[in-house]
Design a protein around this ligand. Structure first.
Ligand code: AMP
Ligand code: GLY
Length: 429
């Protein structure tokens, strides 16, 4: 089969790396891809993920059998609807269902209709309404821009004054453009966060093992929020035996509501959960694999990724479709200094060859490109995700950091505590 993956991050490198192992795949394309995907059995295609017409034309020309969108943008723009019109299958939700990620107000509404546990909230579209809702909810509380805001549209506010100021910035000053025309104001939930991703075939959700992301830029969850500085799987806070049960509570009811709306959800539905003293509550949905959660998850996946995706598209996913290695996988992101703010590009990366032949370590590229001289240089804020398998969390962590130290990227940084929350939890047990 001929496959087209969309995107250019570490997630997409992991997707094509795993897909390339499938005997079902005859040809793999990635648009636009990165310096790492170019090193796999994959062809990089210079098309942007938001160029829906160009992507449909390309998929028709090359007789693509399945399109796999990596990031949310093409999904929220309606890539699956556009491909469906052209008779091409897509592993992802349609534009309506992708609003679960594209609009926080839509997601909250669906959660309420599906009786999914989540924070109490109010949806507002004027400053007057916002101030009244903020005073009613009380501090601490969370102010969220409705639309996509590059991961920056959510602010946890410790005081009412701070929440008023954030509402004013988003609604009054349009800090996030139209993404902030509507706000979701919600109660603050206490607990540890965990990611639960499910393969969905429109009717059923099959849970993957849990994963934990590290969103803050610096150690001990300090500094600004990023796309994710590292992840590992499984996360001890959500053991394997509980995953499907939690999916029945937090994901399955959403599939039922969307199917009732005439928009069955196909693809990955990712629930960002807060594990509270009242049980798991949904913070948000993503309609795609997480980056960097995808990297450790796919390193653990033993069974054929393409077959599982086809099962979703054909409405035949079963828990047996997915087999995972029992080991732990852990990925550490190396980012350019200054990320998630401004940072230098074209930083040369050395040491990659020393890690090439290792079965238990894989360096996934995020923002990289291959220069004319063959030198891999950085082209984005997150540069690499160095991922390792270990018999337990501590071994995976040690192996990943040993590999990180074999690489050299000037003007870069990484967190030194990826996985520590899980290690602490295991030590307490
Ligand atoms: P979201 O994009 O909605 O997941 O929000 C981004 C981050 O903000 C989450 O990963 C949490 O760390 C935090 N957050 C969001 N909603 C809440 C909440 N209701 N209570 C506490 N923290 C939250
Ligand atoms: N790592 C979080 C995300 O992909 O949204």
């Amino acid at each position: 089969m001929q496959i087209l993956v969309l995107g250019s991050g570490g997630r997409e490198h992991a997707l094509v790396w795993k897909l390339a192992k499938s005997p079902l795949v005859t040809k793999l394309y990635v648009a636009p891809g990165n310096g790492g995907t170019a090193l796999e059995r994959v062809e990089n295609v210079p098309l942007k993920v938001d160029d829906l017409d160009g992507l449909v034309r390309f998929a028709q020309e090359k007789a693509i059998d399945l399109v796999i969108p990596g990031p949310e943008l093409p999904l929220t723009l309606g890539i699956c609807d556009a491909m469906a019109k052209a008779g091409i299958a897509c592993f992802g939700p349609d534009k309506y269902a992708a609003q679960l990620e594209g609009s926080k107000a839509f997601a909250k509404k669906v959660m309420q209709r599906a009786s999914v546990p989540t924070a109490a909230c109010q949806v507002v579209s004027s400053l007057e309404q916002a101030y009244a809702a903020i005073d009613k909810i009380g501090a601490p509380l969370v102010v969220k821009a409705d639309g996509l805001a590059a991961g920056k549209g959510v602010v946890v506010c410790q005081t009412l004054a701070e929440a008023h100021a954030q509402a004013e910035a988003m609604l009054g000053q349009h800090a996030f453009g139209h993404a902030g025309d509507v706000l979701v104001l919600e109660e603050f939930l206490q607990g540890e966060e965990v990611s639960l991703l499910c393969f969905c075939d429109g009717k059923r959700a099959v849970a993957l093992p849990s994963a934990q992301d590290h969103k803050a830029a610096f150690d001990n969850d300090q500094g600004p929020n990023t796309g994710g500085m590292g992840a590992y799987s499984p996360a001890p806070i959500l053991p394997m035996e509980d995953g499907q049960k939690v999916a029945q509570l937090t994901v399955q009811p959403v599939l039922d509501v969307l199917a009732g709306d005439g928009h069955p959800f196909v693809g990955i539905l990712y629930a960002g959960l807060m594990m509270t003293s009242d049980g798991p509550k949904v913070l948000e949905y993503n309609v795609r694999f997480g980056d960097p959660e995808c990297q450790p998850l796919l390193m653990r996946l033993e069974s054929d990724l393409l077959q599982a995706m086809l099962d979703c598209v054909h409405g035949t996913i079963r828990p047996e479709s997915l087999v995972f290695r029992p080991e732990t996988a852990l990925g550490v992101v190396i980012a350019a200094k200054g990320y998630p703010g401004s940072y230098a590009r074209d930083l040369p990366i050395t040491g990659l060859e020393s890690l090439q032949q290792q079965d238990l370590v894989k360096v996934f590229h995020s923002g990289t490109r291959c220069g004319q001289d063959g030198q891999i240089v950085s082209s984005g804020g997150r540069i690499l995700c160095v991922t390792a398998l270990g018999s337990d969390l501590l071994e995976a962590q040690t192996r990943a950091y040993q590999a990180v130290r074999k690489l050299s990227v000037p003007q870069s940084f990484y967190r030194t505590d990826i996985g520590n929350k899980g290690v602490r939890r295991l030590n307490q047990a």
